[in-house]
Ligand binder design. Structure first.
Ligand SMILES: Cc1cc2nc3c(=O)[nH]c(=O)nc-3n(C[C@H](O)[C@H](O)[C@H](O)COP(=O)(O)OP(=O)(O)OC[C@H]3O[C@@H](n4cnc5c(N)ncnc54)[C@H](O)[C@@H]3O)c2cc1C
Length: 573
C-alpha cells in the first residue's frame, strides 16, 4: 500500500467505515464497499480527498438506497444519425452554451446536445444569479482564478449578448465579535486573491448604504464588483448567439455513450442516433461523471448538494440595493453560506441552503428548508417577513470531493475535454471557462487539421423588444410595427403577446410554458401564472401548430390540459 493510500485507509478507519476499501486507479483513488447511509457515503468521499490524488471515485454502495434517477428523453428514431461535427458539446447549461458560442468564433461545425427540452433547465436556471466577486473561493483554486476572470468578462458579455447585468455590489456584514478581528484578514485575503475593489465600512456606513440591514451588524466590507444577472437569460443568450453564428443546438438529445476507435471518441451515441465528433466537451453538470465513464475516463465522482432559494415579492425589492450576507465564524461549510440578493427583475432572493442529496435531479423543496432560510437570512433585511415570499425553488450543485472545478483535456482520451464539477461560482466563471475550453478544443482539432477564424462571427445577439423596459414612446413605436406588443398577457410582469411569440420563434425556440418563462418572464410575477397561463398555452399552441393539450410545462407528461370539455369527445374533468 502506498503512503497516500494508507492515509486514506486511516481516515476511513477513523470514521468507522470498515467496509470501505480504497484502491488506486491511474492517478485517482477509488472507494468501494458498502455503507449504511448517504451521509457515510459523503463522509468517505471527503476522507479520501486532499490526499494527493487527482480525483476521488466514490463507488461505495449505500445499503437499501436506490441509485440516482436520471431523466432521459424518449428514443426518437435516428433523426441525427450520421450528423458530423467538429466539436460536440454535451450539456446545455451556462457552461456548454458559453463554450458553444466561443467555438463559433472559429470556422467549425459545432453542436450542443441537451437532454432536456430547453437549455438552462438544470442548475443554470436554479441559482442565485450572482456574479461573485471571488472573495469566497480558496486561494490557489481553479474556482478563484475563473471567478476573478469571469467576473471581469461579464461586462463585455452583457453588452454583446444583450442580457442585463447589474453591478449592485455586496455588503459582507460582520457581527459584533468579528469586526475588529476579521477586517485586516479579509482585506489581506482579498488583495492576495485579486478581488477587485474592497471598501471597508463602519457600522454607520453600512447603515447609510443599506438602511434596512440587520442591527446585528458592526460594520463590514463593500465589494463593488459583485453583480447580478438572470442566469437562465444568460444561458439562453449564449445559446442563441451560438446558433446565430452557425452552431446547432439539439434539444431532447441525450448522450448515451461513445463510439471509440483506438482510444479516441469518433461519435456520440444518442437517443436520436450516432453523431460523429472530432472533439467532445463534457459539460453535463450533475451527470458529468457518467459521461466521463462512457469514455473510460471516470476519475472523479459528482455528488449533488441541493440549495433551496426563496423569491421575495418585487414590492420589497427597493428595500435593499446590494447583496447582503453575514458570515458565521467557525461554521465548516463547503458553500458560501448564502444571504439575500437582488435580482435584475427587482425581486430579492433568499438563500440558498446546502444539503447533500443522493438524487441528483431532486429539486424538491421542504417546509424545513424554508424555516431554515427564514431563521438564517430573513433578519438580514429588517423589512422582510415570511409572507413576502412569493415562491421558492431548488437547484443541485455538481460537486466533486476535491471541491474544485475540473477544466482540462482528458489525460487518457485525446479528443475529450472536461468542464465539470462546476458548482458555485460556476455562473460567475462561465465566460472565462468557455474561453479556455474553446481554446482547448481548437488545440485538439489543430493536431489533425487547420482551424481558421470564422469570418462572419458576430458577437452581438439580435434582440427583440422587452416592453416593460421601454419608455412610453418606444412602446408606441414597437406596437405600431407589431400590434401584438400592445396585447398584455402577463399582467404582473407586463409581458405582451408579441414577446411570447418572439420567444417561440427565437433561435433556440421556446416550446413549453417554462421555456417561454425563461425567455419572456411571462408567468414569473406575483400570481405565478395564475392568470396568464391559459393565454400563453393558447399562443404556444397556435404558433407551434399543436393542440393546447399537447403543450407541456417542460418534460413530457407535464401537459396542463387533458383534453376538451363540452365537445362530447374529450375527457370530463
Ligand atoms: C442553489 C444554487 C445557487 C447557486 N448560485 C450561484 C450564484 O449565485 N453564482 C454562481 O456563479 N454560481 C451559482 N451556482 C452554481 C451555478 O448554478 C453552476 O455552477 C452552473 O449553473 C453550472 O452550469 P453547468 O452548465 O455546468 O451545469 P448545468 O446547468 O446543470 O448544465 C448541464 C446540462 O447538461 C445536461 N445533461 C446532463 N447529462 C446529459 C446527457 N447525457 N446528454 C445531454 N445533456 C445532458 C443537463 O440536462 C443540463 O442541462 C449556484 C448553484 C446552486 C445549485
Amino acid at each position: 500500500m502506498t503512503e497516500k493510500l494508507n492515509l486514506v485507509a486511516r481516515e476511513l478507519a477513523k470514521l468507522g467505515l470498515t467496509a470501505v476499501y480504497p484502491r488506486e486507479w491511474r492517478r485517482s483513488v477509488v472507494l468501494e464497499g458498502e455503507v449504511d447511509t448517504w451521509q457515510q457515503y459523503i463522509a468517505a468521499g471527503y476522507a479520501a480527498a486532499g490526499k494527493g490524488y487527482k480525483g476521488v471515485v466514490n463507488a461505495i454502495k449505500v445499503r437499501g438506497l436506490e441509485q440516482s434517477r436520471e431523466y432521459l428523453p424518449p428514443a426518437q428514431g435516428g433523426a441525427l444519425e450520421g450528423k458530423d461535427y467538429d466539436v460536440v458539446i454535451i450539456g446545455g447549461g451556462v457552461i456548454g452554451c458559453a463554450v458553444a458560442r466561443d467555438l463559433t468564433r472559429w470556422d467549425l461545425r459545432v453542436a450542443l446536445l441537451e437532454k432536456e427540452d430547453d437549455v438552462a433547465k438544470q442548475t443554470s436556471s436554479r441559482n442565485n444569479g450572482m456574479i461573485h466577486p471571488g472573495i469566497a473561493a480558496s486561494s490557489g483554486s481553479k474556482k478563484l482564478a475563473y471567478n476573478i476572470r469571469g467576473n471581469r468578462m461579464y461586462t463585455q458579455a452583457a453588452e454583446e449578448l444583450g442580457f442585463e447585468l447589474v453591478r449592485c455590489g455586496s455588503v459582507v456584514m460582520l457581527g459584533k465579535s468579528m469586526y475588529q478581528l476579521a477586517l485586516p484578514y479579509v482585506r489581506y485575503k482579498a488583495l492576495q486573491k485579486g478581488v477587485d475593489g474592497l471598501i471597508p465600512l463602519s457600522r454607520r456606513q453600512v447603515a447609510r448604504r443599506e438602511p434596512n440591514a440587520t442591527s446585528l451588524q458592526r460594520g463590514g466590507i463593500f465589494l463593488p464588483s459583485t453583480g447580478v444577472v438572470a442566469p437562465y437569460k444568460v444561458t439562453v443568450a449564449y445559446a442563441e448567439n451560438a446558433v446565430e453564428n452557425g452552431a446547432a443546438v439539439h434539444l431532447n438529445t441525450a448522450a448515451l455513450g461513445f463510439a471509440m476507435e483506438q482510444g479516441r471518441i469518433i461519435g456520440v451515441r444518442t437517443n436520436q442516433g450516432l453523431i460523429r465528433a472530432g472533439a467532445v466537451v463534457n459539460a453535463a453538470g450533475v451527470w458529468a461523471d457518467k459521461i466521463a465513464a462512457y469514455a473510460d475516463d471516470h476519475f472523479f465522482t459528482i455528488h449533488g448538494r441541493k440549495g433551496t432559494i426563496a423569491i421575495i415579492d418585487k414590492a420589497l425589492g427597493a428595500t435593499q440595493k446590494s447583496v447582503l450576507a453575514l458570515p458565521r465564524l467557525g461554521v465548516k461549510s463547503y458553500t458560501k453560506g448564502g444571504g439575500l440578493n437582488p435580482t435584475v427583475e427587482g425581486n430579492l432572493l433568499m438563500g440558498p441552503t446546502a444539503i447533500e442529496v443522493s438524487q441528483r435531479e431532486d429539486w424538491s423543496t421542504t417546509p424545513e428548508e424554508m424555516e431554515f432560510l427564514f431563521s438564517r437570512h430573513l433578519s438580514l433585511n429588517r423589512q422582510l417577513r415570511p409572507r413576502d415570499t412569493i415562491t421558492y425553488f431548488a437547484g443541485v450543485r455538481a460537486c466533486t470531493f476535491e471541491e474544485d472545478f475540473i477544466i482540462e483535456p482528458s489525460e487518457h482520451v485525446p479528443n475529450l475535454i472536461h468542464a465539470v464539477g462546476i458548482q458555485s461560482p460556476g455562473l460567475a466563471s462561465a465566460p472565462a471557462i468557455a474561453q479556455d475550453v474553446a481554446a482547448m478544443a481548437v488545440e485538439i482539432l489543430k493536431t489533425t487539421r487547420e482551424v481558421k477564424p470564422n469570418p462572419t462571427f458576430n458577437p452581438e445577439r439580435r434582440l427583440t423588444p422587452q416592453l416593460a423596459k421601454l419608455s412610453l414612446e418606444e412602446r408606441g413605436e414597437a406596437i405600431k410595427k407589431n400590434p401584438a406588443y400592445g396585447q398584455i398577457v402577463c399582467r404582473c410582469e407586463a409581458i405582451s403577446a408579441g414577446e411570447i411569440i418572439d420567444a417561440i420563434h427565437s433561435p433556440v425556440p421556446a416550446t413549453s410554458l417554462d421555456a417561454v418563462k425563461r425567455r419572456a418572464r411571462a408567468g414569473m410575477g406575483r400570481c405565478q401564472g395564475g392568470f396568464c397561463t391559459p393565454a400563453i398555452l393558447e399562443i404556444l399552441a397556435r404558433e407551434t401548430g399543436k393542440a393546447a393539450s399537447e403543450i407541456n410545462k417542460g418534460r413530457p407528461g407535464s401537459q396542463l390540459l387533458a383534453g376538451e370539455t363540452k365537445t362530447g369527445g374529450g375527457t370530463r374533468t
